[in-house]
Design a protein around this ligand. Sequence first.
Ligand code: RB5
Length: 150
Amino acid sequence: MKVVIASDHAGYNLKSRIIEHLRGGGDEVTDLGTDSTESVDYPQYAMEAARAVSSGQADRGILVCGTGLGMCITANKFPGIRAVGPGSSGQAEMSRRHNDANVLCLGERTMDAGLALEIVDVWMETPFDGGRHSRRLDQITDLESVRELE
Ligand code: RB5
């Protein structure tokens, strides 16, 4: 699976751990930065990763910042992106089975690295259930062409 990963300064250390973990398991991981703990603006990194998934250049994206929240808000602005920030491996599993989530957002300052890696594994390995869930995702996708929500 082709995975893009990005972080800001606050997520840099956890991002490095995740890259090492995924590459060790044989995934093709493209690191889109940042490259240090020097302060940067998280939307710039979320945008680049979300664009890669939205355009089909990558199958999945993983984003890390201090909380995972700003990354998630940014990524969800892009067409076809279903970004989630699960707090447990159970939520990570359901985000794949029912929501076909294609971007995973994690917070280095708010989550233990061990749990984060467990969430990454479950999220990467769990397939989408399809069926009735596809109809519901289509309803979400339809919102992308609505200019004004009523
Ligand atoms: C950076 O200080 C912090 O705001 C950022 O990493 C993230 O948590 C934003 O949602």
